[in-house]
Ligand binder design. Structure first.
Ligand SMILES: Cc1ncc(COP(=O)(O)O)c(C=O)c1O
Length: 392
């Protein structure tokens, strides 16, 4: 057989998806891959059923149906204050995953550098490799997960084409403050760099924190490329609907990349989801109430069980410090925990560039009963892990 491309040689299997498989194999509660185990809004499901018998079964406009782009533009303006032209400033993609990949291919030539904060959502390094870009990692220092502005500037001095800003951030749960975002904005201006934002958790930001849209900052809006998704906001991770918002020129390029990558996301689902984009503010308030309750259940559980954990400002992930169990291989630890404790989590090392392997990441986008059962199982962790010290 001829030799295969070496493009993926440095990829390891996605740890998140691997832990999902291990959770299933061990009948463990899967708190690894971040998706809800509850239904999307009923109105959306009803609309999906209707759409089945409407005429939406063939290729749509490759960069997204007119109705969907118009609805996205309206909703984005409502929350961010930024006016965008649905014909010139939006490409609908197969999830934020494709939005990010298409953006990287739009922006980067082989060898271009891209700043990535560490810990990071694991797709970013794969996106960089697939687009032949070189990541420059800048630490978000635990436990607060803040960055050092001088270290960040040193990275900018290396002449990156772009910086990726995941806000709210997975896995750290950080919601960057206005001042932090202004530091990034100032450096991006000074060093003429694109800012690629990933804002899939824009509506899951816990009080008193607030989501700030960099794309709405007038002095830099032209250099911001926003990648977003309907996956988390409407509990439809399987529908694969995301989008890019950027200036006309970027979108012209991104449309071409997207067209040849995927042609488009599912036409009937594009039509159905327009209904959700027209929900009023009460929907987003209720969504946040639901996640706030889940966060409280999980965080209170962690506190009662005596774990050291991060209290997220946004998104739905908690990093728990497992150093006290002498963990030197967090992958082994997570496999052991799925098997012996019955709860699946993601080894923290898969998010860090640095050699940090004393964290595991849980997500809490689950029904309350599932969370209580997970906490019940986790109440055995301390004893079992202490007894098993040395095995991981
Ligand atoms: C930060 C972040 N970006 C993107 C995604 C993927 O989004 P999508 O389902 O729209 O591809 C996830 C999923 O967990 C995520 O956490």
């Amino acid at each position: 057989m001829p030799k295969l491309s070496n493009r993926t040689d440095t990829f390891s299997e996605s740890m998140i998806r691997k832990m999902t498989r291990i959770s299933i194999d061990n009948d463990a509660i899967n708190l690894s891959q971040g998706f809800p185990d509850f239904n999307p809004p009923k109105k959306l499901l009803d609309r999906m059923a209707e759409v089945t018998y409407e005429n939406h079964h063939q290729y749509e406009v490759t960069w997204g149906s007119q109705a969907l782009r118009e609805a996205l533009a309206k909703k984005h303006e409502h929350f961010s204050g930024q006016k965008v032209d649905p014909d010139k400033n939006i490409v609908v993609t197969c999830g934020s995953t494709e939005a990010m990949m298409a953006t990287m291919l739009t922006v980067c030539n082989p060898g271009d550098k891209v700043i990535v904060f560490s810990p990071f959502y694991e797709n970013y390094s794969a996106d960089a490799i697939l687009s032949s870009a070189i990541p420059i990692f800048v630490p978000l220092n635990p436990p607060e997960f803040t960055f050092d502005a001088d270290v960040l500037e040193d990275a900018f001095k290396q002449g990156p084409k772009a910086i990726i800003v995941c806000n709210p951030s997975n896995p750290s749960g950080r919601v960057f403050t206005y001042d932090e975002l202004r530091i990034i904005a100032g450096l991006a201006k000074k060093y003429d760099t694109f800012i690629i934002t990933d804002e899939v958790y824009e509506h899951i930001v816990y009080a008193p924190y607030k989501h700030v849209y960099m794309s709405a900052m007038e002095d830099i809006s032209d250099r911001v490329i926003l990648c977003n998704s309907l996956s988390k906001t409407y509990s439809i991770t399987g529908w694969r609907i995301g989008y890019i918002i950027a200036n006309d020129e970027v979108i012209d390029h991104a449309k071409k990349v997207h067209d040849f990558l995927t042609v488009g996301t599912a036409a009937p689902l594009q039509e159905a989801v327009v209904t959700a984009l027209k929900f009023d503010d009460s929907y987003y308030k209720e969504l946040l109430d639901i996640y706030t309750e889940k966060k409280n259940i999980f965080i209170n559980g962690m506190k009662e069980l005596g774990f050291e954990y991060t209290d997220p400002q946004g998104a739905y992930y908690v990093m728990v410090n497992v150093a006290k169990y002498g963990v030197t291989d967090d992958i082994k630890f997570c496999e052991w925990m799925a098997r012996e404790v019955g709860v699946g989590a993601v080894p923290g090392s898969s998010f860090f560039r640095e050699n940090i392997n004393n964290y595991v990441r849980f997500h809490f986008a689950k029904n309350s009963n599932t969370l209580y059962e997970a906490l019940n199982r986790l109440s055995t962790l301390d004893k079992k892990a202490t007894a098993a010290k040395g095995q991981f």
